[in-house]
Design a protein around this ligand. Structure first.
Ligand SMILES: NC(=O)c1ccc[n+]([C@@H]2O[C@H](COP(=O)([O-])OP(=O)(O)OC[C@H]3O[C@@H](n4cnc5c(N)ncnc54)[C@H](OP(=O)(O)O)[C@@H]3O)[C@@H](O)[C@H]2O)c1
Length: 275
């Protein structure tokens, strides 16, 4: 077991998987001394490599930010999505349990069907697309292999180190007279820099599932309108995608302090990324 008094960032040994991703890079900034692995350096679907890396390095905490995140493509690459999002987190949990390390892992609002006025941590998941199903399997595989885990469900990530919705809007805006954006899917946009800092803050909290997002609720159209001037609303029917999306996948956080409003986080992001 990792003891609470050890859990002071800077004194604990942290290992990060998925260090090259959008959230992974922000985590590396928050945990500058962490032992980190990008996809090229370690494939988390390789069970023996994963367990070997954990045993060799003996971290107190393993943070897994690696994932298969292409929601539409997951419909066609179901098997790969399940390997990365479903079974690999189980391998990491197995390694953690062998040395008593705590596992911090990220899941998604897409484990819910999106038909309820917000979901708390104990609500029953019911994913409606392949990505959501693969992420739910990851949660289950972790729980099968260790009880010393924190699963952070989050949503609508944007950050300076990855392809994200805000950047897409900023790129499309000058190229089009009007940018059509769906106005009937609602969520909580979340800035990866805030999420990475919050991860450090809750590292020593009780094991379990946490819902962590920036505060506030909006549609994709409202989110876009906060970044560009020429967004125009449309319905999901007018903008069909391969994977069905939950319409109202609001994650309610009942376990820890709230983060700042998404608009404030977006302004910080726009300021930080302004060239
Ligand atoms: N993005 C969102 O809106 C969102 C919303 C809710 C929850 N989440 C969750 O938040 C977490 C972080 O997401 P993110 O947006 O930062 O994702 P991301 O930018 O796509 O980063 C994921 C990283 O995982 C790596 N990876 C993929 N397969 C791997 C494998 N087999 N072994 C090792 N690394 C592998 C990717 O490398 P390559 O690029 O080389 O494949 C990439 O560097 C994920 O768990 C995701 O499911 C994201």
């Amino acid at each position: 077991m990792v003891h609470r008094q050890q859990m002071v960032v800077g004194t604990i040994k942290v290992m990060i998987f998925g260090a090259g991703g959008m959230l992974g890079k922000d985590l590396c900034e928050v945990f500058p001394d962490a032992i980190s692995f990008t996809h090229n350096e370690l494939d988390i679907t390789n069970r023996l490599l994963v367990i070997g890396a954990i045993l060799d390095n003996s971290p107190d905490v393993v943070i897994n930010a690696a994932a298969y995140t292409m929601v539409d493509q997951a419909e066609d690459e179901n098997e790969l999505a399940f390997e990365v999002n479903g079974y690999a987190p189980g391998h990491i949990a197995e390694g953690c349990s062998q040395i008593g390390a705590k596992l911090i892992h990220y899941s998604t609002d897409y484990v819910f069907e999106g038909t309820k006025q917000g979901y708390i941590e104990s609500d029953n998941p019911n994913p409606i697309n392949a990505y959501g199903k693969s992420k739910l399997r990851g949660e289950q595989e972790i729980a099968k292999n260790t009880d010393n885990f924190i699963i952070i469900r989050t949503s609508w990530l944007f950050g300076k180190n990855g392809k994200n919705f805000v950047d897409t809007m900023l790129r499309l805006s000058p190229q089009m007279e009007k940018v059509k954006v769906v106005n009937d899917q609602f969520g909580r946009p979340t800035y990866t820099a805030d999420l990475a800092r919050k991860t450090a803050e809750i590292i020593d909290m009780e094991p379990g599932i946490y819902h962590i997002t920036n505060n506030g609720i909006c549609s994709w159209y409202e989110f876009a309108s906060a970044a560009i001037k020429n967004a125009t609303p449309c319905t999901s029917n007018e903008y069909p995608t391969k994977a069905e999306r939950p319409l109202y996948s609001i994650l309610n956080n009942t376990k820890t302090t709230q983060m700042r409003h998404w608009k404030e986080a977006l302004n910080a992001y726009l300021k930080e990324t302004k060239t």
